[in-house]
Design a protein around this ligand. Structure first.
Ligand code: SAH
Length: 245
């Protein structure tokens, strides 16, 4: 059998958000490889598995580790939170395998991404066209992030922000809000969800001017509504337009 790595998205954190395919793959593989924090989350649910972890920012090493285990003849799951193909490990894994010309097959197992888990908590913010933008400038220059924010706001997309803040980037969310306000030219309904499906989960609906000062952390997903997004009974809702027919 050709050596295989499963690129598994295990959802935002809650076991209930894990797909049955993800559970069955994680139960079957010999070794689970991932970022240290995520391995701790999974160890409780799969106590009998062999785990290998590498710290954050060591994505290439993590892929190489998974490849070397697969080439030893073991089946491997390389895990990401949410969906593995959305700011996760699937892309870099395919790149590393191509660069190493390793004879390894990759099977991607999709997961519930933070945007859909968080949207469900807030109400229905993503009922119309939306753009997902990461505020992390570790791998993307801030100028490009700003250009994307401007374009999405000018086109009246609902905007979903991943990586809205970290210790080194504490004012990025504020800068993003100011850019969006410049383009939208009006107050917008916004929502935030911290730690969806994990201990300490919390959510809040607010306006763009309040979002500027919101203390987002690295487990927060942020939504900025379009010009029609409303608050209905405390929930954030972007109308699809059914009631205009
Ligand atoms: N592959 C992941 C995204 C990784 S990028 C996915 O598909 O969900 C990391 C960002 O995802 C975080 O900065 C945060 O914006 C978001 N995120 C991840 N887990 C989250 C959670 N449990 N609750 C809220 N946002 C989360």
């Amino acid at each position: 059998m050709q050596p295989t790595i499963y690129a598994v998205g295990f959802g935002p954190g809650d076991v209930l958000h894990m797909t049955t395919q993800a559970v069955s793959v994680l139960e079957t593989v010999d070794v689970i490889v991932g970022y240290t924090t995520y391995i701790q989350l999974l160890q409780e649910q799969f106590p009998d598995k062999q785990f290998r972890s590498t710290p954050m920012r060591q994505e290439i090493d993590r892929c190489k580790l998974a490849v070397s285990i697969a080439l030893e003849g073991k089946t491997v799951a390389l895990v990401s939170s949410g969906d593995s193909g959305i700011y996760g490990m699937t892309g870099i894994l395919l790149e590393v395998i191509a660069a190493e010309q390793a004879d390894v097959e990759v099977i991607a197992v999709p997961g519930v991404t933070a945007a859909s888990a968080a949207a469900a908590i807030l109400g229905a913010p993503l009922m119309h066209d939306f753009a997902v933008i990461s505020l992390s400038d570790l791998l993307t220059p801030w100028e490009k992030i700003e250009k994307r924010l401007r374009a999405a706001a000018a086109a009246d997309f609902v905007i979903c922000l991943y990586n809205p803040s970290s210790k080194k980037r504490s004012d990025y969310l504020k800068r993003a809000c100011q850019i969006i306000f410049e383009e939208a030219g009006q107050e917008l309904v916004c929502g935030v969800v911290k730690s969806a499906g994990r201990e300490g989960e919390c959510a809040e609906v607010m306006y763009l001017s309040e979002l500027e000062e919101y203390p987002a952390d690295m487990f927060t997903t942020v939504f900025i509504g379009n010009s029609e997004t409303r608050i209905i009974d405390g929930r954030m809702v972007t109308p699809r337009g059914y009631q205009n027919i």
